[in-house]
Design a protein around this ligand. Structure first.
Ligand code: SAH
Length: 243
């Protein structure tokens, strides 16, 4: 996967991701230009690499955030409802919000992104990170973005259904409860440990040790379509942290 898109500014990073063909949609490009990654990844803000954010978590590499946005883009419209599980730094939550929050040029209803993490300190960090920009503060104040401390393996059924669910940590299986919380139509983007390790998914892959992104669509008629798309390396979606 690409590591060559690093830039010396947010704009340069996004332009490099675009020139490399990773960012395809103009809407994704605009949403990423609207979030300064420096507010979320202070160590090497514009490097195309994952970085530690404390508490054993990492902010994913920019190109991984791009893949998530590109796979979900048709479900990230002004007015869409989104669940971001394992929200960590809050960066991707903010980018999603730029894609779904009310577009003042149209009459679209408000969209909302709910970020969930099970580490309360990271929920605080995500809120602080968003508070560093005027746009971010507005999204928090209007409720277009909400951060909740909870076990993301259960989703967040209180406010389901969601047009899009993103999972930012590797699950042991394709949690059925997350598919239940999708709208029809809706899409889930989730990294999952391979079936060889856990026997959880069935036998679609060849020699598939490791983690793979799965894209799960709930069609308008409620039918489910699952596709394994590419190999990745995420921190695990785990049980609650030790007190
Ligand atoms: N999208 C984030 C990824 C952070 S790393 C970013 O790019 O900043 C993965 C995150 O998943 C960590 O913050 C970790 O605390 C969280 N996580 C792991 N297991 C979880 C669970 N069961 N419920 C909620 N969050 C979880």
């Amino acid at each position: 996967m690409a590591w060559y898109c690093s830039g010396s500014s947010n704009k340069e990073l996004v332009e490099n991701l675009f020139s490399a063909g990773l960012v395809k949609s103009e809407r994704v490009k605009a949403a990423m230009l609207g979030v300064d990654r420096g507010h979320y990844a202070p160590l090497q803000p514009y490097s195309d690499s994952p970085q530690p954010i404390g508490h054993g978590a990492t902010i994913s590499a920019p190109h991984m955030h791009v893949h998530a946005c590109e796979y979900l883009i048709n479900y990230l419209r002004p007015g869409s409802r989104v669940l971001d599980i394992g929200s960590g730094s809050g960066y991707l939550t903010h980018v999603f919000a730029n894609l779904v929050a009310k577009d003042s040029s149209t009459d679209s209803t408000d969209g909302q992104v709910i970020g969930i993490d099970h580490i309360p300190e990271l929920i605080d960090l995500a809120r602080r990170n968003m508070g560093r920009s005027e746009d971010g503060r507005r999204l928090l104040e209007t409720g277009a973005v909400k951060f909740i401390t909870a076990d993301g393996r259960l989703g967040w059924k209180e406010e389901a259904p969601y047009d899009a669910i993103h999972v930012g940590a590797a699950a042991e299986s394709l949690h059925a409860v997350l598919i239940e919380q999708l709208r029809a139509p809706g899409r889930l983007f989730i990294p999952v440990e391979s079936e060889h390790r856990h026997g959880a998914i069935g036998s679609l892959g060849l020699g598939s040790e490791g983690q793979y992104i799965w894209v799960v669509d709930k069609k308008q008629d409620g039918s489910i379509h699952k596709e394994k798309v590419f190999q990745v390396s995420y921190v695990p979606l785990t049980g609650p942290p030790e007190k």
